[in-house]
Design a protein around this ligand. Structure first.
Ligand SMILES: [Zn+2]
Length: 324
């Protein structure tokens, strides 16, 4: 039942994601005017605007001019719906104390006692939807609008201050440093140590959440900027735009500094594979990097433990190959 609800809610948000994908790069307001056919300009009536179902009912054609509607519309709706179900499965259904669906006290026993899991799931769902919007705009226009990157960055900073538990798993090192009040080898820096001591013990969790978010944004943007700078110097070609710098700042602000680095590394691996595939098929070497960052960030949101264990698993495998 709750999976169906997650799917339907995702389909509705996916429908709004389509509006964002079409209107944001064209600088049209998201709210006015109401949806209309992009060929004949005829406004779309509400029963032709139901996610997924209307596309099937109309067999993919506009009711008034019979032009084919892009397959992207139902695809994005289905993708966002599926991501919402996956996010619910990974964040809420995987939380400790999640009762069986048949439990008559489900709402009382779980939803009200776990505002952390519920709020994390909602944040995660909208983050995934934003990644989908950024991906499709970047594929078509090679830009990621500021409303997603800078708007998302602002939202991530506020959410991190409001729901600091969101940052726990990703920012263990920051918390270690703050709570222990020291960085190894920097004991002689008495002033810094006193400052960290004070932040660790005196600051509220909300202030530490905001600090985690700021650190994530700084590491996220700096890592992409430095990589782009090195890439330009090595290959004498623009590898990453400033949009990607802002985009990874937003990802780091929401998911923490470790994921910001992980997203850049994993995104670069996906980008290398995708770039070669596109080069072979179309002989085109220009590739937006945003979709690969999105894919990596989405995977980090949904499978953080598995991805952070990957390097360990990999080195274990290499060791076995070499020594056994
Ligand atoms: Zn039409």
């Amino acid at each position: 039942m709750e999976y169906l609800f997650a799917f339907l809610f995702g389909a509705v948000v996916g429908s709004f994601a389509n509006v964002c994908i079409y209107r944001l790069p064209r600088d049209i307001s998201l709210y006015q005017p109401r949806s209309r056919c992009s060929f004949c300009g005829q406004p779309i009536v509400w029963y032709d605007n139901i996610p997924l179902l209307s596309f099937l009912a109309l067999r993919g054609k506009c009711r008034s001019c019979q032009s084919f509607i892009s397959f992207r519309y139902p695809f994005v709706e289905f993708l966002v719906a599926a991501l919402f179900v996956l996010c619910y499965l990974r964040i809420v259904a995987a939380a400790p104390g999640y009762p069986p669906i048949t439990d008559p006290d489900f709402v009382v026993r779980f939803w009200f006692r776990h505002p952390d899991a519920v709020s994390a799931c909602v944040i995660g769902c909208f983050f995934l939807a934003a990644l989908v919007v950024a991906t499709f705009i970047d594929l078509e226009y090679q830009i990621i609008p500021d409303s997603i990157t800078l708007g998302g960055l602002a939202a991530a900073l506020i959410l991190s201050a409001l729901f600091p538990w969101w940052h726990r798993p990703a920012d263990v090192l920051l918390d270690d440093v703050l709570l222990a009040g020291r960085i190894p080898g920097l004991g002689w820096l008495a002033g810094l140590r006193a400052a960290l001591d004070w932040i660790g013990s005196e600051w509220s969790p909300h202030a530490r959440g905001l600090l985690s978010s700021l650190l994530g944004a700084a590491v996220g943007s700096a890592s992409v900027w430095i990589t782009g700078f090195l890439g330009k110097w090595l290959f004498r070609k623009e590898a990453m735009g400033f949009g990607d710098v802002k985009f990874n700042a937003m990802i780091g602000a929401l998911l923490g500094w470790k994921v910001a680095i992980g997203t850049l590394l994993l995104g670069a691996v996906f980008g290398a594979v995708g770039g070669v595939a596109v080069l072979i098929r179309t002989r085109q070497s220009r590739m937006p990097f945003g979709p690969f960052l999105s894919l990596a960030a989405g995977l980090f949101l949904l499978f953080p433990q598995e991805l952070f264990l990957l390097p360990e698993w990999w080195s274990g495998w290499v060791n076995r190959m070499l020594w056994e």
